[in-house]
Design a protein around this ligand. Structure first.
Ligand SMILES: NC(=O)c1ccc[n+]([C@@H]2O[C@H](COP(=O)([O-])OP(=O)(O)OC[C@H]3O[C@@H](n4cnc5c(N)ncnc54)[C@H](O)[C@@H]3O)[C@@H](O)[C@H]2O)c1
Ligand SMILES: [Zn+2]
Length: 360
């Protein structure tokens, strides 16, 4: 097992990464303070892993909530069902919530923990590659609104993150590739040697080689943890983690949830950001091609399948929360591994990139 710590003063917490960690009762119970534990999962993950997780919790009063599976259910209404379960079971302020599932379960459980009785403890047990390298770390929690993704939420850190890579055995290949988009993102935005490492091991990674996966997840969490430790509330540097996301969210919002997986939309978005960076003179074409090639080798999309017009795309970009007072601030690249935030690019160039990807 490998361990790293997210350093946030009194809110610091460990991230454990390894094999068969959900067979180790000590790891979880070290981070549970009260007697009551609510495990939150979804209809796909619960039949696979809920009993195993519950068997770690024999010392506690345990209840469970099984949410419907899908991004379209990442809503306040669904979070309300967690509150119903907590109140029906008389859970008090000393309880702990455990998120067992992908990013959708993690984001909603974290949000419920942040608000229930003004804040109770929670633990993340992420079971998708995307949630293991990204959403379970850093404390962003929340739900979607019909006018935009993740528009309602709060920053709320877990007590620990337990990444059992054996849960990836049951994850389908498309979901696994979607997680690879966020892995690749860390390399592209700030760590060229990690990009090269992933690039040279991509076939074995896609084949889920366990040792490589542990190293890759560790490095991804480590890169994210170091950025979050410097800027927990995204007043500056943390925004770099949104590379590809303003474009990606426009794709997700316009096509509707479920057409593109989050990671797939981010893959296309990252390439759009790279092309804009190239056209603005910050990035070489061979670097754009390197990004495109690693995405292709990861079985990720590099274009938009589905009908989006340029004007729909622009409109969707402007409801994205990364838009500050009119000018769309984007994460651009000054070379591989060197992202920066900018609103200093020409609108015509942005339009050109969007036209290349959309139906006009
Ligand atoms: N909080 C953050 O910082 C952050 C960062 C990135 C993404 N996100 C959010 O994360 C969400 C996407 O997360 P996701 O990609 O994990 O999607 P997801 O939670 O929808 O999971 C994807 C699918 O895989 C299934 N699944 C999960 N684990 C499985 C396993 N081990 N075996 C078999 N099936 C399994 C789920 O039931 C679901 O059908 C989005 O809502 C996105 O906004 C949040
Ligand atoms: Zn993301």
């Amino acid at each position: 097992m490998r361990q790293l710590d997210l350093d946030l003063a009194e809110k610091s917490y460990p991230i454990y990464i390894g094999r068969d960690l959900i067979s180790n009762p000590q790891l979880v119970s070290n981070h549970i303070n009260g007697k009551q534990v609510m495990v939150v999962s979804d209809t796909t993950v619960a039949p696979l892993y809920l009993d195993k997780v519950k068997s770690l919790l024999t010392k506690y009063t345990v209840s469970e909530v099984i949410l419907p599976d899908g991004e379209q259910y990442k809503t306040l209404e669904t979070v309300n069902t967690i509150f119903d379960a907590l109140l029906n079971n008389h859970f008090d302020r000393s309880c702990t919530l455990i998120a067992l599932g992908g990013g959708v379960v993690g984001d909603m459980t974290g949000f419920a923990a942040a608000s229930y009785q003004r804040g109770v403890d929670f633990i993340q047990i992420p079971t998708t590659l995307l949630s293991q390298v990204d959403s379970s770390v850093g404390g962003k929690t929340g739900v979607n609104h019909k006018l935009g993704k993740n528009m309602i939420g709060s920053f709320y850190q877990p007590k620990c993150v337990l990444i059992d890579i054996d849960t990836l055995n049951t994850l389908d290949d498309r979901q696994f590739s979607a997680g690879m988009a966020e892995v690749i993102k860390y390399g592209v935005l700030g760590n060229e040697s990690f990009f090269n490492f992933v690039n040279s091991n991509i076939e074995s990674l896609i084949a889920k080689d366990k040792d490589l996966l542990i190293d890759t997840i560790y490095q991804s969490c480590s890169d994210k943890a170091s950025i979050v430790a410097q800027d927990e509330f995204e007043s500056g540097k943390r925004a770099l983690l949104n590379l590809g996301h303003t474009f990606g969210h426009a794709i997700e919002n316009t096509l509707g949830y479920g057409v593109y997986l989050h990671g797939e939309a981010v893959a296309v978005g990252m390439l759009m950001a790279a092309e804009l960076s190239y056209l603005e003179g910050h990035l070489e074409i061979k670097e754009v091609n390197k990004i495109k090639s690693i995405l292709e080798k990861s079985n990720l999309p590099t274009s938009i399948f589905g009908k989006i017009t340029s004007s729909e795309f622009i409109k969707a970009m402007s409801v994205d929360k990364k838009v500050k007072e009119g000018s769309v601030r984007l994460v651009l690249l000054k070379g591989l591994g060197n992202a920066f935030i900018s609103d200093d690019y020409s609108d015509e160039t942005l339009q050109r990139v969007i036209n290349n990807y959309c139906n006009n």
